[in-house]
Design a protein around this ligand. Structure first.
Ligand code: SF4
Ligand code: SF4
Ligand code: FES
Length: 480
């Protein structure tokens, strides 16, 4: 292991590391714009300069390999002067419209301006203007004046999503980021990652545009339920202390945006666009009234009906939700033992136009926890289920069941979170909470178990499935 010295302190670096990597890994901060740990080195922003002791010039640390005995300074007078000049250069034509920029509060350019420059522009020339609100794709807006041409987004589409959808046209102060004209970025299922990795506010999410200042939001750790990969995500929503009392109070309980949680999940630092669109899945009209044969009743009456149906059934079966959590599966098992013949259900299937599976993150199974259900019940998702000929009761938990496929004449108990015509067709209907309203764990297709936390309270009238199973636990089943 090469030993280097950073600001006089000995540091054990890894062989093959750059000075930037060795410094960051050992608690020495060096600023960077264009470097990204998951992308190739471009070396174009020049903000990461350091000085090797004894040399009268600076060099970029993101492309400087460590060598044994190397002595570098990250904060010499020369380094400070060069960083300041670089910041002046990078912001030469910047519009400084931070007051209306969605990146404000998370912008590296803002942070570095205060840390390494702090002075007004020394230029007396008028700023070169460029296109604002350029439609880069159906999902992304580009502000060319804010772009510092770091090329992170270009490299992402070449090296990670492999769409090669972005490039930089023209030269000098006429350089512009542009998408290829055949709509490839629209078809790139991972395109929105460029919004996260853009170090400035040049790439803007249309769905998040001007929705909230980020300091009014907080992230809750969660797991994307969009497929069996189970990417680790942060669900961003309004902080309780910044609750809106006027305007649209619904914003207090809605998802503002979804971002990848970082490199620690099974997805690395990336997620697909479906994972960003969880509001479309979760924010559908909700069912809140328990029903018996389509008529709203109190929860206690609905549960009494379920108890009678289970007690009278001779061959009960259950379609267990592939969106249930490990805790809910355990509660089901503890409550009912072997009472039900269990089938695991795919609540969601690929939608028209959706990427079914690729060689990267997206999995064909559009449910987060079929692996967790298999671990508890010993069966995978069989579709359509092989019904026992005498099945006389089916407990259907979650979406994705066509009632016409259920055994003829069987009574149906239905647990669902959303408004659906089937709710009123069940003998007993019980409205349940969704994953953003409770905590739990999912097991992904590789066996990785990850937790998710609640972001919001469940609507009045909805119950946690786990609580329902526990309250039905004492039901005796008729012996066949
Ligand atoms: S849009 Fe952002 S990520 Fe892309 S080149 Fe410009 S500054 Fe870099
Ligand atoms: S790959 Fe699957 S789990 Fe990951 S963000 Fe996309 S839909 Fe969600
Ligand atoms: S981070 Fe090193 S040149 Fe940009």
């Amino acid at each position: 292991m090469p030993e280097i010295f950073i600001n006089g302190h000995p540091v054990q670096a890894e062989k093959g590391q750059t000075v930037l990597q060795a410094a960051l890994a050992n608690g020495f901060y060096i600023p960077y714009f264009c470097w990204h740990p998951a992308l190739s080195i471009a070396g174009n922003c020049r903000i990461c300069v350091v000085q090797v002791e004894g040399r009268s010039w600076c060099e970029i640390s993101c492309n400087l390999p460590v060598t044994d005995g190397m002595r570098v300074l990250t904060d010499s007078e020369l380094v400070r002067a060069q960083r300041k000049d670089t910041m002046q250069f990078i912001t030469l034509n910047h519009p400084v419209d931070c007051g209306i920029c969605d990146k404000a509060g998370e912008c590296t350019l803002q942070d570095y301006h205060y840390a390494y420059n702090g002075a007004p522009s020394i230029s007396r020339e008028p700023k070169v203007t460029a296109t604002k609100f350029h439609d880069l794709s159906d999902r992304i807006l580009l502000d060319n004046e804010r772009c510092i041409l770091c090329s992170r987004c270009v490299r992402f589409t070449r090296e990670v999503s492999k769409s090669s959808a972005l490039g930089i046209t023209r030269r000098g102060d006429e350089s512009l980021l542009r998408a290829s004209e055949d709509g490839v970025l629209d078809r790139d299922a991972y395109s929105d990652n460029v919004i996260d990795i853009c170090p400035v506010g040049a790439l803007l999410s249309k769905s998040f545009l001007y929705k909230a200042r980020v300091w009014y939001l907080k992230p809750t750790p969660s797991v994307c339920p969009g497929c069996a990969r189970g990417c680790a995500v942060d669900i961003w929503h309004r902080k309780p202390e910044w609750k809106l009392r006027a305007l649209d109070p619904q914003q207090n309980t809605s998802i503002a945006r979804v971002t990848p949680r970082g490199a620690q999940g099974p997805d690395g630092p990336w997620i697909c666009n479906k994972g960003r669109d969880l509001a479309r899945i979760f924010e559908r009209p909700r069912a809140t009234a328990p029903m018996v044969k389509g008529k709203p009743v109190e929860l206690a009456a609905a549960l009494a009906n379920v108890r009678s149906l289970i007690a009278a059934a001779r061959h009960p079966a259950a379609l267990v939700s592939g969106w249930g959590s490990n805790e809910e599966f355990a509660a089901f098992r503890a409550a009912f033992g072997d009472t039900f013949r269990v089938h695991v259900k795919h609540d969601h299937r690929p939608e028209p136009g959706e990427v079914v599976e690729d060689g990267f993150l997206i999995r064909a199974d559009k449910n987060p926890n079929v692996a967790g259900a298999r671990a508890v019940f010993g069966v995978g998702a069989d579709s359509p289920p092989a019904w026992h000929g005498d099945t006389d009761l089916v407990l259907v938990w979650g979406e994705g069941c066509n009632f016409a496929d259920l055994p003829r004449g069987a009574a149906v108990v239905f647990l669902n979170a959303y408004l659906a015509p089937e709710n009123g067709h069940a003998d007993v209907f019980l409205p349940i909470s969704i994953a953003t309203e409770r905590a739990g764990h999912y097991t992904n297709f590789e066996g990785t178990v990850q937790g998710f936390a609640a972001c919001f309270a469940k609507p009045q009238g909805a119950s946690d499935a786990q609580a329902l199973f526990e309250s039905l636990a004492t039901v005796a089943v008729a012996t066949p």
